[in-house]
Design a protein around this ligand. Structure first.
Ligand SMILES: C[S@@+](CC[C@H](N)C(=O)[O-])C[C@H]1O[C@@H](n2cnc3c(N)ncnc32)[C@H](O)[C@@H]1O
Length: 369
């Protein structure tokens, strides 16, 4: 059993996959593998078709076919899986169908997570063997074309953005807590903050809302900044949150000199090579005011070839097959080395995000100029 921090800020206790498999016979393992393989795609199909919202009230099979405007043969196949996995039940006397537990689909995380995870992984995982052999995201390129990362693919393809952007935003459940150490540094009365790769602006808005003395600049690809600009005006925060549209793969990154008190790089350093990080840290060092700091998460103490985690978390497969060709786990020591080369002298590990704690070491790194 292990504690998992879920995305509605509750600590859940769940059985790890490794302990379920450890207690199963060979044939039980095989059955589990077969039976679970279609569950996630079926839940995603149910979400896309609107099945779970209409089945809050009981309906017959033919009423359901009409309401969803789908084929009988298709709906029948889908229901065999969703009834078989206990998401939907059929009343044996009326033969009507209904959700088993409506509250499961009320959890705000469910649809956002299923759909985002599905677009980011399902087709890509088919190419896991090729990705493992090459050490590159072959799932990404085989699915979407010659992109360097899912993020640039997402900027170009609305199909991905529609599901992936909200999924990414929802991961940041305890964002204010994660970045709090930056605001506890006794640097200034009013903070100029750079949100590195801030996506659609949700984190920048949360920071400006939580810390009245913060002015946030959010850097990301131009397509993402355009979406963030809309969210920032909706939140009425244009005077304290602005965007910096920039492609970090362009040469000559210059963020200015002594502009920011604080920079946060959340859920982002894993996707870049150490060479790119070295380039970024130099620009950030120059852009920080004296005693300013950069905070980053996604560091690990895990070493290749050593396995102690029994959660069978899917994140490593996502990063490998789908996220970015350059991505690698980032080891504490290696990151501190390149930060030191960029000029940073003081380092502190801070409490990690509670969400991340379930699959990372849970330590965030604060590097002070
Ligand atoms: C994993 S997301 C993290 C988003 C956000 N920091 C968070 O915690 O939710 C990585 C972000 O990096 C941005 N990104 C990827 N490649 C980029 C590039 N070449 N230039 C600028 N931003 C980029 C993506 O658009 C995406 O928003």
């Amino acid at each position: 059993m292990q504690a998992i921090w879920n995305q509605t800020n509750e600590v859940e206790v769940s059985k790890s996959l490794s302990s379920v498999f450890a207690e199963s016979s060979v044939s039980e393992k095989w059955t589990l593998l077969k039976q679970t393989s279609a569950v996630l795609p079926s839940v995603v199909a149910g979400e896309k078709l609107g099945l779970f919202s209409v089945l809050r009230s009981p309906l017959s099979f033919s009423q359901l076919v009409m309401k969803l405007n789908v084929s009988e043969k298709g709906l029948d196949a889908l229901l065999q899986i969703l009834v078989g996995s206990n998401f939907i039940r059929q009343d044996p006397s009326s033969m009507e169908l209904q959700l088993v537990d409506g509250s499961f689909f009320d959890l705000p995380r469910v649809a956002t997570w299923d759909l985002g995870w599905s677009v980011a992984t399902q087709r890509q995982f088919y190419y896991m063997a090729e990705s493992v052999a090459a050490g590159r995201a072959i799932g990404l390129t085989s699915t979407f074309g010659e992109f360097d990362s899912l993020y640039t693919a997402r900027a170009a393809m609305p199909e991905i953005a529609k599901y992936w952007d909200p999924w990414m935003q929802r991961i940041n459940t305890d964002f204010e807590v994660t970045v709090a150490p930056l605001f506890k540094l006794d640097i200034a009365a009013s903070y100029e903050v750079l949100d590195w790769c801030g996506n659609t602006g949700g984190n920048a808005i949360r920071i400006a809302t939580a810390y009245a003395n913060a002015h946030v600049t959010m850097l990301d690809l131009p397509e993402q900044c355009a979406k963030a600009d809309v969210a920032i005006s909706k939140a009425g925060l244009q005077d304290r949150v602005q965007t910096l549209p920039y492609n970090l793969l362009s040469p000559g990154l210059d963020l200015g000199h002594e502009v920011y008190h604080a920079v946060y790089m959340i859920h982002t350093i894993r996707e870049w090579s150490y060479d790119h990080l070295a380039r970024f840290f130099k620009a950030i060092y120059s852009a920080l005011k004296p005693n300013g700091a950069v905070l980053m998460d996604m560091l690990t103490g895990h070493q290749y070839g050593v396995y102690t985690d029994s959660s069978a978390d899917a994140a490593p497969a996502y990063f490998l097959t789908s996220a970015a060709h350059e991505q690698t786990e980032k080891f504490h020591g290696d990151v501190i080395d390149i930060l030191t080369k960029a000029g940073f002298r003081h380092f502190r590990f801070t409490e990690g995000s509670k969400f991340l704690r379930s699959y990372q070491d849970g330590a965030n790194l604060l590097a002070i100029k």
